[in-house]
Design a protein around this ligand. Sequence first.
Ligand code: ATP
Length: 265
Amino acid sequence: MALNEKQNNSVPDSHPRYQSLKFRHKIIDGMKNLVVAEAGLIAHGRGECFDYILGEKTTKTARSAIKAAIAALLLAEKPVISVNGNVAALVPNELVTLSKLLNIPLEINLFYHKEGRIKAIEDVLTKAGAADIKGINEDKMIELEGLESSRRKVELIAKADIIMVPLEDGDRTEALKKLNKKVIAVDLNPLSRTSLWADITIVDNIVRVIPEMIKKAKELKKLDKKQLEEIIKNYNNKLNIQNTLDLIIEYINKQKEKALEDVKL
Ligand code: ATP
């Protein structure tokens, strides 16, 4: 989605923060269309902050987690991708492409309910080409144990073996883990409860993660079961998070040197 005219005047394509501002405006537009909750703006800001200290790029540790995530999704029997407002506002087309490529259903699952929000998200996903969106019909839903928020109401998630939860809150991840579900998280904060609870944590921006997952899915679909299992066997999530933290430290140290050089100029 292009920036509107006024924003375009103030933010040219060459602006060093163009990408970041473009996605910020998608979130703002999403809020105006009911897709994004007010709190989603704050969650996005928290994400932007972590993105900054990761150098706003997909790190090698994120790539390892993406590879493991695709292998796990290809091996899963009943995988589900959970969708919230921010994800629907930021990457609807890419999400639908990934869901079709891996044949994994999309299920809308929201922390903040408001009249018309589910419909607004359903419309965005339908426009992006999604056919059978789950999490819409209350009659088909059951309640997950151990959760107070409206996220407890689920459809396919109840029976899923693996759930991909982009931009998740820790309570739900914890509840899913207690129900013995495998969880794949996408979260820019490597220290969030979600990141620490998940089985596979992709510490990267969802806007880069989904396109990268599409590429990886095309590649890994050619592998057999044994080769996919080998990828999972060689992946260690705790170690990967620690390595991500090391990358942040390295990046900050480089920026520290750069800041001192700039002062000298
Ligand atoms: P937790 O409950 O897991 O400790 P939290 O309270 O921060 O974490 P929320 O605010 O519900 O949980 O979740 C938002 C999370 O999503 C934040 O950790 C934020 O860094 C992350 N986030 C926000 N925008 C993006 C994005 N575009 N890509 C990836 N992660 C994002």
